[in-house]
Design a protein around this ligand. Structure first.
Ligand code: ADP
Ligand code: 5GP
Length: 202
């Protein structure tokens, strides 16, 4: 019997390096599927519809909310973001591990509803470094960066109820830690027992 796929939820304050770490994780685990969220945010330069996000209007998004199409959704930095229930169900049925890059509100709503997932929070090594990363990414105005810095402290407070915390200081070390967390989660007794039972006829 094949165990259900893992649901890996990763949150972090903007600029902590979550996108970079998630990219590294999917390179290391090519079978890992990234959940593509729906958002009302406008695409940034280089972003593609259906690849980075499903970019939709607010009315389409609200319609999906009314139809219960989302397993979770939230307003982040003035835009709406949501994870489609269908995406998660399809991955679980196929036994594929799926990665959700979502904010704390969305993650909390999944955790509170008892969704069986691996909840990982990524923090930067310091606020000064967070600012530096946001500025060096140069995709946001200084006003947006200030808003993200203020929000970061509130978000880091949320790290207390996640299953794991990864400090993204040296990228290679953070990447190794994240991979180790995923590898360990694949070997929990709950996931392995049915297979062991079959192997040894117990
Ligand atoms: P997020 O997705 O959390 O907003 P990004 O992955 O876009 O963050 O990273 C923000 C910036 O910081 C990017 O320019 C990225 O290259 C850089 N960065 C990410 N991780 C590290 C790290 N460990 N050390 C130095 N720079 C990093
Ligand atoms: P960005 O606009 O920079 O891509 O993402 C902004 C924030 O929205 C990030 O914290 C990201 O994790 C979060 N986010 C992206 N997709 C979803 C989603 O489907 N649900 C929730 N709750 N947050 C999301």
């Amino acid at each position: 019997m094949q165990p259900e796929g893992l649901l890996i939820v990763i949150s972090a304050p903007s600029g902590a390096g979550k996108t970079t770490l998630c990219r590294g994780l999917t390179q290391r685990f090519p079978a890992l599927q990234e959940s593509i969220s729906y958002t009302t945010r406008k695409p940034r330069a280089g972003e593609q519809d259906g690849v980075d996000y499903h970019f939709v209007s607010e009315s389409v998004f609200r319609h999906m909310v009314a139809e219960h199409a989302f397993i979770e959704w939230a307003e982040v930095h003035g835009n709406l973001y949501g994870t489609a229930l269908a995406t998660i169900e399809a991955a679980r049925q196929k036994g594929v591990d799926i990665l959700l890059d979502i904010d704390c509100q969305g993650a909390r709503s999944l955790k509170q509803r008892g969704v069986d997932g691996l909840f990982v929070f990524v923090v930067p090594p310091s606020m000064a470094e967070l600012r530096h990363r946001l500025e060096s990414r140069s995709s946001d105005t200084s006003e947006v960066i200030e808003r993200r810095i203020v929000r970061a402290t509130e978000e880091i407070r949320e790290s207390r109820w996640y299953d794991y915390i990864v400090i993204n200081d040296r990228l290679d070390e953070a990447q190794d830690l994240l991979a180790a967390i995923v590898t360990a989660a694949r070997a929990t007794t709950g996931r392995m027992l049915a297979r062991v039972g079959k192997m040894f006829d117990i």
